[in-house]
Every structure is written in C-alpha cells, then in structure tokens.
Design a protein around this ligand. Sequence first.
Ligand code: ARG
Length: 721
Amino acid sequence: MKKLITLFVTAIFSVTAIADEGMWQPHQLPIIAKQLKKAGLKLNPNDLTDLTGFPMGAIVSLGGCTASFVSDKGLVVTNHHCAYGSIQYNSTEENNLLEQGFLAKKYDQELQAAPGSRVYVTESITEVTKQMKSGLKDDMTGNQRYQHIDSQSKKLVAECESDKAYRCSVVNFHGGLEYYLFKQLTIRDVRIVHAPAKSIGKYGGDVDNWMWPRHTGDYAFYRAYVGKDGKPADYSEDNVPYEPKHHLKVNAKGVDDGDYIMVLGYPGSTNRYRTSEEVINTFTKSYPLTKELMGSMIQDIKDNSAVGSEARIKYESMLAGLSNYEKNRGSMMESYQKGTTEERKVKLNKDLRKWVKAKKSRQQQFGNSIEKLDELVKQSEKTAKRDTLLGYINYASQMMSTASRLHRLAVEKQKEDMQRERGYQERDMNRFTQGMKRINRRFDAKVEMPLVFNLMNRYAQLPNDQRIAEIDRFFSLDDGYNPDKLKSKLAEMYEKTELDKESVRLAWMEKSVADFEKSSDPFIQYAVKTFEARQKLEMQGKEESGQFSEVRPQYMEAIIAYNQSKKLPVYADANSTLRITYGNVKGYSPVDGMRALPFTTLEGITAKDTGVWPFNSPAKQLELIEKKEYGNYYDKKVGSVPVNYLGTLDITGGNSGSPTLNNKAELVGLVFDGVYESIIGDWDYDPTYNRSIHTSVPFMLWVMENVDGAENIIDEMTIVK
Ligand code: ARG
C-alpha cells in the first residue's frame, strides 16, 4: 500500500514536470528538449539556448519587468503596469497621461521615460562557481565569507565591464550552490512611444488585480535609443533608434484553447525550497505585518492627496505597488490558512532529515545543514519586526534615504573604487544621479510626512531592547515617547530641508564627509548622527548573510538530491535572471463546482462597465463593441475578439511584460498577472490552481487600430495574419 502511494505521487509529479512547473535556465533546455517537443514546440529547443540568436535575442529586461523587441527600430513592448512609473513621471494635473493615454506619431514626439529607465539585453551567461568559491575556507566567520564572496564578485564584474556598454552581475543560484556571470548591453536612452488610457491599460484596477475573469489591455510601448555609433548613450536629441539583431513577429490571430505557449522572461523571486521554519514564520508573522503596513500606507497616501491632484499623481506609482503587494500578501495568507502548505512543508523537512540519516554517505555529504539552517532562521527572526519597520521607513521616506545615501557616498569616496560598497562605485554613478533626479516627480512633503510618522510611531512602540539608541535620541523618543513631539519634529524637518531640490541633491554628490558633518539640513544631520548605528546593523546583516551562504548551498544540495531521487523537477528558484516556462492555454476550477473558461471577450468589458473608475471604458470602445465592429480580430471559437486568456505557465513578479510566444516563437500575448488562487505558488506550486493571465495580441491590435489610432505602430511591427 505504502509503496503504491509513493508510486502514485511520483507519477503525478513526473506529469507536472513535463509541462507547466519550472522556470528553466536557458542552458537546461536540451535536458527538457523531448518534453518541449512533445508539448508542441516547433523550433529546435537547442536554438533557445543561443542568447544572441532568435528568439532569445529579442527578449529584454527592464529591471523588475520583462519586454521584447517588436521592430528593427528598437520598438519594445511591455505591460502598461511596467511603464506606469514612466507614464506617471510625465503626467501633471493639466496633462494627465495616465488618464488620457499617450501616442507618439513620430519619433520626435516620444517622451523620455523616468530617469534611470533601462533596457538590458543579455548577451552572455557564464558559470563562475569555481572562481566565486576559490579561497573560501571552512573556518571563515560570516563576515569574512560575505566579504570574500563580495570581492570575488566585484573582480569578475570589473573584468566583464571593461567595455562600458555593458553591465555585468554575478548571481547566485540555489542560495550559492552555483554562481553565474550575466553580461548585459545596457541601453540608457529609453522613450515612451504609446500607452493606452488607464481605463484600458489598468481596466478593473485593484478590484480586478490578481483576478479572473479579467479584461485588461495591459500593454505599452517604449523605444530604445543609442548614440550615432550604435553604442548606449545618455539621452540626447542626436541619438538614434537601436537596431536589434532580432525582433518578434506579431501573430494577429492569437491562440486557441489548448495551444502550446511559452514565456521567456525575468521572474523576480520565488521561495519554493524554504525550510518549514521559514515558511511558518513568513506566513504567520512577516506577511501579516507587511500586509498591515502596506494597508496603512495606502490609507495615508489617500488621506493626504486628493484624486487627480498633483500630489496624488506623484504617488500613483508607489500606490500601485503597495496595492498590488497588499493584495498579493492577503491572497497568500488566505490560501495558507485554507490549504495544507504548512503540513506538507513540515512533513517534507521531516522526510528530508530521515532520508539524509538513512545513509552514512548522505550524512557525510549533507552534514547537519538542515538543523543549522533552522538555527540561523530562528536567529534572524528575533529582530525581524524592527528590521522590517526600518526598511519601510527607508522606502517611504525619500528624504531620509536620500540623505543617508548621499552621506554614504561621501564616506565611500574616501576608499579605492574596488573597496567601495556596492552601489557607490564609479560604475554606479550614472544610476545614482538618475535616482536623485527621479525624486522631482515622486515627492511631496504633505504625503511623505504622514507616511513617516505612521511608521516611526510603530517603531517607537517596539520594546526597548529592539530600538536603536541613536535614532531614539535624534527623534527624542528616549525620554518617554510622545507622538505629538515626534510630529512636530518631523514637521520642522520637512520645513527646513533643502533636499527636496534637485540642484541641492546633485551638489551634495560632490561634497566631503566634513561638509556633511557641518550641515544644518535636518535630514543630513539625521544621516550623520545615525550613521554608526546603521553601520552596525549593516554589519550584522552581512554576518548573517555570510552564515547563510555557508549553510544554504549544503541544504540545497540535499534537497536537490532528494528531489532527484523522487523524480521531482529540479530548477532554481527565480532570481531575476532569464528563464523559460512553457505550457498551454487552459481554464481551471477555482472552487468546487465552477470552471473558469480560458478566454474573456469584448462583451465582457461592456458587462462589467459602470462608467466609474476602475470600470470606465472609453466611450468609443463601448460603442465599437455595441456595434460588433471586430475588424480583423474576430475569433470564431470565442465569438468575439479575445481580450485576456489563461495559461498554465509558471511565472511570478518580474515576468510582467514578458512576451507570450506560440510554438513558432511569434508574439501572441503579454503575460501580466496570475490568478488569485495561484499567488501562493511562489512558495508552494500547485498545478490545479496555477494559471497565468495574458493580454491577447488580437485585443491589443484591435484597440490600437480602432480606439487609439496607433496605426503607425502597427505598421512598424511585422504582423502575421
Ligand atoms: N498583479 C500584477 C503583477 O504583480 C500587477 C497588475 C497591476 N495592476 C493593478 N491593478 N495594480 O504583476
């Protein structure tokens, strides 16, 4: 009986390993070539391993989102929600591009994307595990280990970046079991070409976000520009469109139920191999806390900026991010409470321990990495709440984070470039400057102050032994906490600071530590007076991270060997690097007794529409639907123009904007979301609920042609009819 059950479980999992589950690294594709062919891929799977060939050469990262080239003149398609920050950046109360949408009919009408926007084209991926691990010794402290790994990585990066057109990075896989060096052409002049109105691009807003059925036109277009010599350059009128070697053809027919589809993109992070201790802590402590914090911050922004006001526009981007993740965490907590994640994770840890203990050779190889890891996790949980709060304060307060970063830059500049902290080397200065400029359209003291008060107020109520004496002293929290006193201290700081001016921020980039120490700007004083205390925290963090980097790889080795013995799929957790996932167009059953169809249609938009945001389609669109003017995009099987569709692809945040490709690698959609029930998949993948949501190419083209008059862009793309 027991044996039979094991066999059965194995069988189910080998089926899921054939499709759906897995975010595969390009070099792994030959290993799963048979499955890819069987699933319906018409290309040679080996072709997908060639990063500079077709179709990989057409896939780009935006840093946090994915996109792809769709013309030989550097036209890039991604999600509306990925271009949101740039559309927001160019919006004002009088000319609100989020509301109206934007279309450049000619190159010279295109708008600069938000400062710091980049298009990254990955040109090579090289395994560097040996180089990274050479010189590591068993008796190193966490800090020594951290420093060693850091300096090995800096050396490899510096070598790789000898050509300034490239940005390189060393990324660890399986928690440091393997390391790879990524070399990316980095395009710095990025412009907005077209975005539909928010009432199409974000139709359904936060009500529909993470939900099916969905009716969102989540697409937008950028263009990548380079200098006349073809090399990446800062923005200049003289720059010319980048000409990529490869771009995707766009299939105007889209897909049918059951069709093979795949997504090539840059998924951010998943946690599929965490210990049960980590899982329990995250779902019972960390997520409830962060969900609550995000909810309260959303409220602060709404309370302190009227809809459509200049202040609100400045915070639309932060608001979208907070709302997105607040709902994300809520779904995960719900699934966790209803489901069996905890039970199964606990059981897995037990089984894994048993499996290791069962053989001497395994004991020797994997040691007591499971126990050690559990120990480390428990240790880092002790100050988790404080660390989370400090992290959120830094995120919410651009004045505090800017002052700290500027001061740190002065400190780091005293060292040789290779000795400087990451983010403060010469290679980072362009980005650093852009970061200082971005604040112009993203800051309003009327909003930031209540956000900071909210978070500091929580910090002030932590038990004494968790607090940082220097921070307490600076805000006078040490002699009996008085919220009103904190409020007036903050008000005074925002009143007095000059860091809200771009020229002032940029000037500080050139100043010395002594200049900072003499400054009377209250935020600079904060940075100076709390510097040592924050350094101490940073060192503790590095010590911890170094300890993890010793234990986690060994633990992962055990997990991998265990999974292989059970024929479970083995692929690395997402880490913002290029991956491939494949599967089919397919509906699902979200709850007992209900089946969700794989397609939504134009008529569904009309049915949902209330005329009030977020269900306020442009009148022109509703009219066209009413008259059944489907144009060239009618799909007989769905009886309309397909708007969004479901797929079985294994994706997560960061995959947003990724091209959905058919079996010939033609563009048939843009992946932009996952269904509510699948969000916990980042920790606990379940094939029954895992569904990706895609904007259909026919819908995108239909709106562009009929609602927005964006024929110039359609003409620029290679359309397959
Ligand atoms: N859930 C999507 C993602 O994480 C973002 C969708 C943005 N839309 C919205 N209504 N907030 O990629």
